[in-house]
Design a protein around this ligand. Structure first.
Ligand SMILES: [Zn+2]
Length: 86
């Protein structure tokens, strides 16, 4: 297995929509294709589970308020050097 995506455009789309997806804000018409992509594409699926873990930690550690600085600190800690430049 190469681990590469068959359709790179879909990765961008999936990652763009990831936050909305986790928030349950993706329209039903788009939900299926994003979910399919996340289950078929290892890097994106991995990213999605990372973001889910991040959200779970933030919710647990900071039940009613999650300052951006804290989220960023946890994100960096979890990413463990695998930072992506934007
Ligand atoms: Zn992908």
């Amino acid at each position: 297995m190469s681990g590469d995506c068959a359709e790179p455009g879909d990765c961008q789309e999936a990652l763009d929509k990831l936050q909305e997806y986790l928030d349950g804000e993706v329209p039903e018409t788009r939900l299926g294709e994003i979910r399919d992509h996340l289950s078929a594409c290892y890097p994106c699926g991995d990213r999605a589970s990372f973001e889910e873990q991040l959200r779970a930690i933030v919710r647990r550690e900071c039940a009613d308020r999650a300052p951006e600085a804290l989220i960023e600190r946890i994100r960096i800690r979890l990413a463990d050097g695998a930072a992506t430049a934007s």
